[in-house]
Write a protein that binds this ligand. Sequence first.
Ligand code: 5RP
Length: 223
Amino acid sequence: MSKATLAREAVKLVKPGMVVGLGSGTTAREFIKALAEARIDGVVLVPTSVDSEILAQEVGLGNALRPMWAVDHVDLAVDGADEVTRDKLILKGRGGALLREKIVDYAADMFVVLIEEHKLVERIPKASPVPIEVVPWAWRFVARRIEREFGGSARLRTGEGKLGPVVTDNGNYIVDWTPPGPLDASAEDRLKAVPGVVESGIFSKRRDAVVLVARRDGTILSF
Ligand SMILES: O=C(CO)[C@H](O)[C@H](O)COP(=O)(O)O
C-alpha cells in the first residue's frame, strides 16, 4: 500500500512529453503501474531492467519504451533503493539492475527515490550487502581483490530457478560484498577503480536526489 502511495506521488511529477527513466524493483513496479493509469501524453520511457520493460509492455506502455541509446536526455528518473542515509548516500542493486539504474538515474535532470521508512538508515550498509557487478571471466579474482583491499567478505550471487550465478541483464555476474564497517562516498570510486568491476550499488553522486519516504504513520516525508 505505501509503495503504491509513493508511486502515485511520483507520477504527479511526470509532465506530457517528458523522457522518464523507469527504475527496477517492487517499488518501481508500482510507479510503472501508476504511470500507466495516469495516461500522460507523449512520454518516452527508458526502462532500467528487462523486468521493468516487460511490466511496462504488459500495462500498455509498450509504445513509449526506448533503450538508453535512443534518447539524448532523461528529464526524470524514478527508482527504489535498498538503503538511504539522511545525506543521500544511496545503496541499490538488491534486484541486480544496478548498472542500468546508475546510467539512467545519474543521467536524469531530476532523480526521485522512493523508499519505505525502514530503509532510511544512519550509515550504509546497514542490513544489505553492497552489490558489485563484475566481469564474469574475472569474478573470483575481483572478489578476492576487494576482500584484500577493503576487507570484509565478497560472495558470488546465485539465484533461484537456475543453478549457478545470477547473470545480469548485461551478461555480467554480481558479487555481494559485506564490508567490515560503514562506507563513505569515496567507496564508489575506490570500488570502480578495481579492474573487473563494472559498477557498484553505491550511488554517492546524486546528493540532489529527491527522496520520498513512506512513513509508518501513513504520511510521506520528502527531503
Ligand atoms: O536497486 C534495485 C534493483 O536493482 C531496487 O531499486 C532496490 O533493490 C529496491 O527494490 P524494492 O523496491 O523491491 O525494495
